[in-house]
Design a protein around this ligand. Structure first.
Ligand SMILES: C[S@@+](CC[C@H](N)C(=O)[O-])C[C@H]1O[C@@H](n2cnc3c(N)ncnc32)[C@H](O)[C@@H]1O
Length: 240
């Protein structure tokens, strides 16, 4: 049996500094209605909803959303299967894409469409925030079996899990997620392609969609960005 990636996602990606950053930002801004685009298993959506906010979690992967619904059901979260066009107009004062979800939009057209949908979904003055890996920090060079190997205990036995970069053609990077069940010997390999946009490209895309960038950080401690910061963390407001 291959690794159930959606079921293992929370163990591989625990609630961490990134989610705490976004939750603190929502608190500071007094956000009351939030959208989490690319919500995955919904850990951040649930954290955002836990302070009495109305929350919408949108994701096109039915397996991820199934885990989200099972683990984080509740009347306060509206889970929606699909893409950014599932967000209602003028429905939120805070929108977020976490877990590097912003990098899944490989081509500029789909990225622009997502930003336009989030612009439409936010009230004027509402906040959009997300992070993207800084291409200058070359994260893909660290995606090797040696650096990323984890062994997970699953109902089907212990499964080794790791990433390997397949090719780099900036701004796109392809990487494989490989698994090996140590009991059955079964292996699997899945390829994903991510976009590594740099800071100026991200800011231009936001401005083109009608946002103004208010803050930029290079890490989750809100350090100003440096040329080789690992993250590009952006906070933007919807212009009227
Ligand atoms: C790395 S996960 C991040 C999940 C979650 N936001 C987190 O912080 O852990 C990226 C998510 O983006 C979703 N995704 C992929 N393509 C998408 C698209 N076009 N629009 C919105 N979400 C997408 C995937 O299904 C996946 O759940």
């Amino acid at each position: 049996m291959a690794l159930d990636f959606a079921a293992a996602y929370d163990e591989l990606n625990p609630d961490d500094d990134d989610h705490r950053f976004y939750a603190a930002l929502a608190d500071e801004l007094g956000a009351t209605r939030v959208i989490d685009l690319g919500c995955g298993t919904g850990t951040l959506t649930r954290l955002l909803a836990s302070r009495g906010r109305a929350a919408v979690g949108i994701d096109p992967d039915p397996k991820m959303l199934h885990v989200a619904r099972q683990r984080h059901g509740g009347a306060d979260i509206d889970w929606r299967l699909g893409y950014s066009d599932r967000a209602d107009s003028n429905s939120a004062d805070f929108a977020v894409m976490s877990g590097h979800a912003a990098q899944v939009f490989r081509d500029d057209d789909t990225w622009s469409r997502a930003l336009q949908d989030l612009h439409r979904a936010l009230v004027p003055g509402g906040t959009l925030t997300f992070e993207s890996r800084n291409p200058a920090a070359r994260a893909w060079e660290r995606w090797t079996r040696k650096a990323t190997l984890r062994t997970l205990d699953t109902p089907a036995g212990p499964v080794e899990f790791w990433h390997e970069t397949a090719w780099v053609s900036l701004p796109l990077v392809a990487y494989d997620t490989l698994t090996h069940n140590l009991h059955t010997g079964e292996t699997s390999s899945d390829r994903d392609i991510l976009a590594f946009r740099d800071g100026p490209a991200l800011i231009l895309s936001l401005e083109t969609a009608g946002f103004s960038v208010s803050h930029q950080y290079g890490d989750w401690e809100r350090t100003p960005p440096l040329p080789d910061s690992r993250e590009i963390i952006l906070v933007a407001s919807r212009l009227a």
